[in-house]
Design a protein around this ligand. Structure first.
Ligand SMILES: *Cc1c(COP(=O)(O)O)cnc(C)c1O
Length: 433
């Protein structure tokens, strides 16, 4: 096997291991399907990302994109290192606060915030990224009623083409995200004059799973230019937020993914030069989600049965109910037979989930050791947009999540039961007699 494994994974006695923990043992102890998150890997990714940027510029703040995995234990691991968060809903906002993140390190993003969302933003003292002038006016009204000032940024749409899957390219002129760069100055002028809102930041996010650093450098240049214009209006920018989006090498044999050091080398000189040109020194905020989380986690799934038909199908107990990415984005995830991790691939196997849909295929035609019922398959790089996008589709309770750190391994989310499926349902009165 020529796979380059993430740093926390190794092979011991034929088993796949994360840190000090044998994944075959964890699957036996907690059952399958099972997400296993390695906290040490997340923390070391965080530290590496931060120091890559901080070597160019003093005021760097990382805001973890909470939607990648909103588990309190993940948020808390990052909060303890000083991370803030990019949050996209009242739910994510509340989770980040409960995990101990400071409100001044939270940016409440979103194209469609409700009145309740805006009220919570005002009450909790977070920064709000505004996505339209309509939203600015609503927020100003709510803040005025509460007599509480609210610090804001605008989400800029820099109109950049980005090489990634169309469903996760967010910086194109045609997407629903942000205010067109050409209208941004008018937006800041409106904010400057609106009661109880203070423009303090500028925000963009150009997309996700980007494997080329050049678009990030272009976005930094656009943002630096706009920062100069906004400063000339009399606005004092306390932060410029360049968003997230750095990709990871899901195709572990062939993908070449930029490192945080390469990202920093492309982006930071452009950013720093722009700040010097305009004589300003705002904090630099960045919002990685995937890069911090993806590699930290494996999804363990048990083979229920093997069928040799048109293809060899290994029918496993996790499908797109637990890992939507292959079905939604045609994503690739490496799969390893965790209980036969030192055996060579012998047979092309299609790993198929238990959901009643043709599209419920986790991995197609992969060379694996000959599968039999009871084998354990590890799906790699599932820490970002894995559990976070899980559902109860087909009447399937969601799996538990286990976190490991050093010698420790503990549940950080219990698995749902079939009773949990019914827990929020109500029988209408007319059916009750
Ligand atoms: C999703 C998102 C991110 C994180 O993107 P990644 O590709 O996971 O790094 C950052 N900022 C915003 C506003 C987002 O919507």
């Amino acid at each position: 096997m020529t796979l380059r494994l993430p740093a926390h994974l190794s092979i011991r006695n034929g088993h796949l291991v994360t840190g000090k923990h044998d994944l075959v043992d964890l699957a036996e102890r907690y059952g399958t399907p099972l997400y296993v998150i390695n906290e040490d890997h997340i923390v070391s990714n965080f530290e590496r990302f931060q120091s890559a940027l901080a070597s160019y510029y003093p005021g760097v703040q990382i805001l973890y994109a909470a939607k990648a995995n909103g588990n309190l234990a993940v948020l808390r691991a990052l909060a303890r290192k000083g991370a803030g968060a990019d949050v996209f809903s009242s739910g994510e906002l509340t989770l980040a606060l409960r995990a101990g993140m400071k409100p001044e390190r939270l940016l409440f993003n979103g194209t469609s915030k409700s009145t309740d969302d805006l009220r919570l933003a005002v009450e909790s003292g977070v920064r709000v990224s505004i996505d339209s002038i309509d939203e600015l006016n609503q927020l100003s009204k709510i803040a005025s009623e509460a007599k509480k000032t609210v610090p804001i940024a605008f989400r800029v749409n820099p109109a950049l083409e980005v090489p990634t899957h169309p469903k996760i390219a967010t910086g194109l002129a045609t997407t629903k995200f942000g205010i067109p760069a050409g209208e941004i100055i008018a937006a800041y002028a409106a904010a400057r004059d609106a009661p109880y809102v203070i423009p303090v930041g500028m925000h963009c996010h150009i997309g996700s799973q980007i494997l080329d650093v050049e678009p990030f450098a272009r976005a930094a240049a656009v943002m630096a230019d706009l920062a100069g214009e906004v400063t000339a209006l009399g606005v004092t920018l306390e932060f410029i937020d360049l968003g997230g989006g750095l990709g990871v090498p899901y195709h572990r044999e062939t993908d070449v993914a930029p490192t945080p050091e390469e990202y920093a080398a492309a982006v930071m000189p452009v950013f720093v030069e722009g700040m010097m040109k305009h004589g300003i020194s705002p904090q630099l905020w960045v919002e990685p989600g995937r890069w911090l989380l993806a590699e930290s986690t494996v999804l363990l799934t048990r083979v229920n049965s093997v069928k040799r038909a048109f293809k060899t199908f290994a029918n496993v107990d996790a499908g797109f109910n637990l890992l939507l990415r292959p079905a939604m984005y045609d994503s690739w995830h490496e799969v390893i037979m965790a209980n036969k991790a030192d055996q060579p691939g012998e047979e092309k196997v299609t790993v198929a989930g238990p959901i009643c849909e043709t599209g419920d295929i986790i991995a197609e035609d992969r060379l694996l050791p000959e599968p039999v019922a009871g084998d354990l398959i590890a799906i790699l790089d599932t820490g970002a947009y894995g559990y976070a996008m899980a559902s109860q589709y087909n009447g399937r309770p969601r799996s538990p999540e286990v976190m490991v750190k050093g010698d420790h391994a503990e549940l950080v989310r219990r698995g749902e039961t079939i009773d949990d499926l019914c827990a929020t349902m109500l029988i209408p009165s007319w059916q009750q007699e």
